[in-house]
Design a protein around this ligand. Sequence first.
Ligand SMILES: [Mn+2]
Length: 381
Amino acid sequence: MVKILATADWQMDMVGGSLNPNAREYLSAARVETIEKILELAKEENVDVILAAGDLFEFPKVSDETTDAVARVLHQSDVPIHAIPGNHDLYGSSSVWNTPEIREIDHFHLHNEQTQTEIAKGVFLHSIPVKSIYDIQPQDELLEDVSDQDGVHIVMAHAHDVSVGTFGGHEDNCKLPIDSSKVIGKGYSLLILGHWHSWLEVQENRVLYPGTHEQTKFGERDAGNVAIIDVPEDGTEPRIEKKKVGKIHWANVEFNCTEKELPDDLIEFVRNQRDEGVEFLKLKLIGEVNVDALAGAIPEAKSACRPMVRHLDISSDELTRVIDVENMTNKVDLPMGLREIQRSILTELENAQGNEDMTNNLIDELYALYRACRDAEIIGD
Ligand SMILES: [Mn+2]
């Protein structure tokens, strides 16, 4: 029995552009810590070898800090690691792979050419590196049929599995096809793939995307895992076990504002998310709100909630605005003069229905007016 830990897509040095600067820093530190966790798990589980299926780095050349941090962590373990370059971290003389820091980690083996390595007695690893992001030759064609050969054969590649479906928007400019059913058909016991960030067992116990170790963005379905795999040396079916290693809990949820007490219900909702461990939260507001809620309660809720989590992204774009000028003029009791300004903004708002930009500007104006009145203690909170 050979025991493998499979991982991929560490994307070290990624920018995390949609996050605020603090969250970005937190995420980039977590990406290093989680590698440490992977290595601890490898030791605990007593694995023979770690397979890392490409895109370990976000770019072929990364910052000195990232190179140093990754090398430092990898030195904490002596479990052999076999890795391939993916489309993000192509091999080259000036690439991160060729820095002394990485090159001299003696248990780290980069396969920048297609190779066959005996990782245990009678167990062969076939590594297929990405050599060009424009490659459109199916990678399964690079593999010979091993059905009649002795031993157990495992493949590691960084590719898009066409047996799952079409390219559907994922890295459109970068095809890298492979047909996993053809790989298994050629007598290989196990195929470990990189490129997709969520865990996906394409063929039970045979074909796996372990996904990224630490989620990279909102919308990844099931990221933050590695696999522990037992591979029997007699060629019978391997056994894949999923292990959660990712640290950061991301959530992408909706909040329906219709008939809610605002801002309180919204604040309570975010507080509950935080209490459940969510650190990066993307919240889409839906339903109906009055314009005064949009100009008052919702901005208030946003300010109250922002410090509750490490990253908060609240979108109001899909809210339906209900504008009732009479009702609002009566509700917010402004002195003469200001009352006229309020009424004119509300009337313009009524007329701006359907014009997104103008509506947003007017709501900002209304919010500024209420804010100023509150600051001057003309109206209460
Ligand atoms: Mn990739």
